[in-house]
Design a protein around this ligand. Sequence first.
Ligand SMILES: NC(=O)c1ccc[n+]([C@@H]2O[C@H](COP(=O)([O-])OP(=O)(O)OC[C@H]3O[C@@H](n4cnc5c(N)ncnc54)[C@H](OP(=O)(O)O)[C@@H]3O)[C@@H](O)[C@H]2O)c1
Length: 294
Amino acid sequence: MRKVLITGATGLLGRALMRIFNENGFDVIGTGFSRAQSPIVKLDLTQHKTVTQFLNETKPDIIIHAAAERKPDVCENNHVHTKALNLSVTEHLSQEAARLNAQFFFISTDYVFDGKTPPYTETDTLNPLNFYGETKAQGEQIVLNTCKTHTVIRVPVLYGQVETLSESAITVIAHQVKQRSNNAHDNWAIRYPTHVDDIALTLVDLCQVTNTNIGGIFHVSDNQAYTKYQIACIAAKQLEIDETTLSPINEPSQVASRPHNCALQDRRLKQLNICHSRPFEQAFIACVQPLLTH
Ligand SMILES: NC(=O)c1ccc[n+]([C@@H]2O[C@H](COP(=O)([O-])OP(=O)(O)OC[C@H]3O[C@@H](n4cnc5c(N)ncnc54)[C@H](OP(=O)(O)O)[C@@H]3O)[C@@H](O)[C@H]2O)c1
């Protein structure tokens, strides 16, 4: 049984990875930080010596590095913390994976692109607009330079089973609509919300392909396009709130610059016949409904 180590196992994507890798017969170890509770191991990834010791003890065959600071506004306001987690930790884990001869997957983002010329292929030129995207782009380079079988997985905005509606940039919209705390929603940025279970299922498949097909960059993205305003309208319908009380914001509106449209083309996955997708509207409602009734 292959042993997979998942960092960020307490996070939105990490929890799905833990569940789906377990269901698919892997020996799974997860690490988290502030939310870690047994069986998830509490491990501050910025403590490199402790991490090396942990890796020597656990000897994973596969490392999926999903831990990151991923909130663009937090990254913009705290460069030191963001560099430590998104760059130094990534470099250390990437080198350690090479030393242990473990397969390494680094979760990156569509924010490495500027969003001006979609759709983007795996080999298109990067031009991040904010500090979060910059650290992820640099992290990718470090990973790719470390070992030719190390793999970068670029994903767009994620949603799935959330602990609170505010956990994901997609599910928080339902919360805002319900609370009527925000009636105006971005209608400028085009997003491709992707369910974390589909990312996890894709990674399971990638762990089964031969070594010659792995390494380099993979795009993993659903292709259903929505603005936050359109998602707010779906939530309003579900909550039986009059849609006309919502208003679209038709120009960029956030602190850290966001790209307009980073549609990711998943050419390499298509070549491998790997495709996991689900209808957005039903999946979104299934994620938010249990938390909307409280
Ligand atoms: N969410 C999105 O929409 C989105 C979009 C594009 C790309 N991504 C990328 O996808 C990956 C997963 O994102 P996510 O949404 O699942 O993130 P998340 O929910 O914010 O989770 C972040 C994870 O990092 C862990 N962490 C933070 N500081 C740590 C430290 N010092 N040591 C060890 N672990 C630490 C957290 O642990 P605790 O919570 O236990 O402290 C948590 O498990 C990230 O690489 C992110 O950049 C996410």
